[in-house]
Design a protein around this ligand. Structure first.
Ligand SMILES: CC(C)(COP(=O)(O)OP(=O)(O)OC[C@H]1O[C@@H](n2cnc3c(N)ncnc32)[C@H](O)[C@@H]1OP(=O)(O)O)[C@@H](O)C(=O)NCCC(=O)NCCS
Length: 184
């Protein structure tokens, strides 16, 4: 049985392996990575899908300031292991994350991803027209979702990272993984 639950520290290695398999090294070059590097996800907003033994899906949300719209969240990366795709698990993970974010009083969520996938959850490129990211982005993939009506209305300006800094000890596994890749 597949369950969706909050991410635990012991999920780190499995989550990183899943993301490496889904995106390869390109994951570290993404503009959105600039909002995540050296920071912790937003409190209580990192989730995994598990088959009871193994982490087979991951999604995390990050604290940002969305220009004039103020406090917001950035969603991503979202990934489901290749052997478990197209079974509705990505959808379950997304809905769990969106429901929790709404319950916690967050007002909006931004992401960069395929509109053809994320539109089903209500995301739209129309809501980010006045916003900019600090780096290159395909605007058709820069999407927003209002958890509260009007939260992104007229939003303009640059999106900035506001998440808590990660303790150095929690970054060691990433430095290690990156140097191993560089040496390979
Ligand atoms: C995208 C992803 C998270 C979807 O997870 P999933 O568990 O397979 O999704 P679901 O089972 O909830 O939904 C599957 C449906 O989404 C569609 N879909 C998957 N990826 C899509 C995409 N990039 N664009 C449009 N539709 C997509 C599938 O074709 C399928 O359609 P169907 O229901 O009509 O058959 C998963 O395919 C994945 O991890 N991909 C690799 C990493 C990635 O691209 N992450 C998203 C970053 S934009």
């Amino acid at each position: 049985m597949i369950t969706i639950r909050k991410e635990k520290p012991s999920d780190t290695a499995a989550r990183e392996a899943l993301l490496d398999a889904a995106f390869g090294d390109a994951r570290f070059a993404k503009t959105c990575e600039r909002f995540r590097e050296g920071r912790l996800p937003a409190s209580n907003l990192a989730f995994v899908a598990s088959d009871g033994k193994t982490v087979i899906g991951t999604v995390r949300l990050w604290s940002i300031k969305a220009g004039t719209a103020g406090a917001s969240l950035l969603l991503g990366p979202l990934a489901i292991s290749e052997t478990h795709q197209s079974q509705g698990i990505g959808g379950k993970l997304m809905r769990a994350a969106l429901t929790r974010a709404r319950m916690m009083g967050h007002r909006s969520i931004l992401l960069v991803g395929d509109a053809a996938y994320y539109e089903r959850f209500g995301f739209s490129a129309d809501l980010t027209l006045g916003l900019d990211l600090p780096g290159e982005v395909d605007r058709a993939r820069f999407l927003g979702l209002e958890l509260e009506d009007g939260a992104l209305r007229g939003a303009a300006g640059i999106v900035e990272a506001t998440g808590a800094r990660a303790p150095v000890s929690s970054l060691r596994h990433l430095v290690h993984a990156q140097s191993e890749r560089a040496a390979a």
